[in-house]
Design a protein around this ligand. Structure first.
Ligand code: 5AD
Ligand code: SF4
Length: 487
């Protein structure tokens, strides 16, 4: 698996691949230029504040939830007559959809905002959306007075009204209520990828991991009605999307608010049943709610992808307790055994935090031992980053920064060896691949297997994007596979 935080770098020379680093397992593609719009003309730049509608530039930081939120924000803006452009210079409205899961991500936004302090003087509207908006609130106006809109993810449904206020000349508009029953559904979503569609089925998080800012920035857990989800899946299939990825911070905590009371596993099967859908993914799974019926569903329905992303965070029960995770090392391993017991081999990926306050060398050794025991297909590893509003902020025994780096490097090295071996053992196997990228180099394509590995392969064919093809693995590295067409 690929992860920029893991330091494994970008494996594939595929110009169109984009790593959406940050929270979790996120390899996105940004392939569709048709519906992204083109640069604004000089004339359109005249439609700035006070004029009817203009152009917008939207940059996204962080996880797939944020990527998908941005697709919804773009949909709202397009339906209001805005046009999307690819550079802030061409835009009358500049929006940053932000991530605050670790300090580095949050800082990135302020440095980006710094670059645009002059833009406001040119009549441009600058807005901060997402987790940093929710976390910093009106404080953003103090740090960057040229920002006129601050809006957290739970308030996106109010975005049209908020924008109307900004357009009317209000310099300080906020949408920061995160205690809402609303799950963000919009009439129109402008999706980045023409084959794979994200779908949020559960918003917010009711867990209380002591290091995590998400319950604060995204609010309490709210599940979306199953009939609304299935309606959207049907529409997506009709539009030609063949892969859907169900999203949620704890996707398997899904609780259908309708009288149908569909279980998460039943929802997975119902989504897979929609004609036209060939693959269903879901992320992120919480270990405490990972139940046998989910494994049974994957076994029963080949359209459910054989990949589970289930963060462990630490291999030490002592650290897990301090993290307020709701399981022990042993309980986690029971879940792993359940998944490994499936009829179909299921890839397992995870998130790990090193350098949590109080983590000792012995605790780290337990985490390294867990990697040996589980043999993960991919690991997203992070150095602990103290976040505002979190209980762990007040904990003593902080691990020094260099020591965190040392531990991260140890973990990455071990995982690199594991992945090299695992990937090499796949040589000769044939996989169905959804082709989603074409390299700058001639005849080189890339795509994902059901188990979410990226394979690069050569083919003389002219038009493979969006197609499902059989690819035989001919080579492997720690980060991915190379292959050739098997038909
Ligand atoms: N510091 C470092 N990593 C964090 N994560 C969440 N909060 C923090 C933090 N304060 C990681 C967890 C989570 C992933 C999305 O980000 O591993 O699963
Ligand atoms: Fe954060 Fe824990 Fe919720 Fe995941 S489960 S979003 S780590 S609080």
């Amino acid at each position: 698996m690929l992860n920029c935080e893991l330091g494994m770098g970008k494996t594939f020379d595929i110009g169109l691949e984009r790593l959406t680093g940050g929270s979790g397992f996120s390899i996105g593609t940004s392939l569709s230029t048709e519906n992204v719009g083109v640069e604004a003309s000089a004339g359109e730049l005249g439609t700035l504040r006070g004029a009817s509608r203009g152009t917008f530039f939207l940059e996204t930081f962080g996880c797939q939830m944020n990527d998908h939120d941005s697709e919804k924000v773009a949909g709202v803006l397009l339906s209001r007559g805005y046009r999307q452009v690819e550079s802030p210079e061409s835009a009358s409205l500049i929006l940053y959809n932000t991530c605050s899961i670790r300090e580095k991500a949050a800082q990135k936004v302020f440095s980006r905002l710094g670059e645009f302090r002059v833009k406001q003087n040119e009549g441009r509207i600058i807005g901060v959306l997402g987790c940093v908006a929710q976390q910093e609130g009106e404080g953003i106006f103090a740090r960057a007075p040229w920002v006129s809109l601050v809006c957290g993810s739970a308030s996106y449904s109010k975005l049209p009204e908020l924008l109307a206020q900004v357009e009317a000349g209000n310099q300080r508009v906020t949408g920061l209520d995160n205690d809402t029953d609303e799950t963000f559904e919009t009439e129109m979503t402008r999706r980045d990828n023409p084959w794979r569609a994200y779908l949020t089925i559960i918003e917010g998080c009711d867990k209380a991991c002591s290091y995590c800012v998400v319950p604060y920035t995204r609010g309490p857990e709210r599940s979306r009605a199953s009939d609304s989800i299935l309606r959207e899946v049907r529409q997506l299939a009709e539009l030609g999307y063949s892969e859907v990825q169900l999203l949620g911070q704890t996707v398997n905590s899904y609780k259908d608010p309708t009288a149908r009371k569909m279980r998460f596993s039943e929802l997975l099967l119902a989504v897979a049943d929609e004609p036209g859908i060939r693959r269903v993914r879901f992320t992120t799974s919480h270990p405490s709610e990972f139940t046998q019926d989910i494994v049974n569903a994957i076994d029963a329905q080949p359209k459910l992808c054989n990949h589970v992303h289930m963060p462990v965070q630490s291999g030490s029960t002592k650290v897990l307790r301090a993290m307020q995770r709701t399981y022990t090392r042993e309980e986690y391993l029971v879940r792993i055994a359940m998944i490994r017991g499936a009829k179909r081999a299921i890839s397992i990926t995870t998130d790990i935090i090193v350098g949590f306050p109080g983590e000792t060398d012995e605790d780290l050794a337990e985490t390294l031992g867990l990697l040996d025991a589980v043999q993960y297909d991919g690991v997203f590893a992070f150095k602990y980053s103290p976040r505002p509003h979190t209980p762990s902020l007040a904990m003593s025994d902080a691990v020094p920064e260099e020591e965190k780096s040392r531990r991260l490097a140890l973990l990455q090295e071990k995982q690199r060896e594991i992945q090299s071996k695992k990937n090499s053992s796949m040589a000769g196997e044939t996989f169905e691949v959804l082709v989603s990228g074409k390299s700058r180099r001639e005849n080189q394509w890339s795509g994902h297997t059901s188990c979410h590995r990226v394979i690069n392969f050569a083919s003389q064919e002219a038009a493979l994007l969006g197609k499902y093809v059989q690819v035989r693995v001919t080579g492997a590295t720690a980060n991915g596979l190379a292959g050739e067409r098997a038909e």
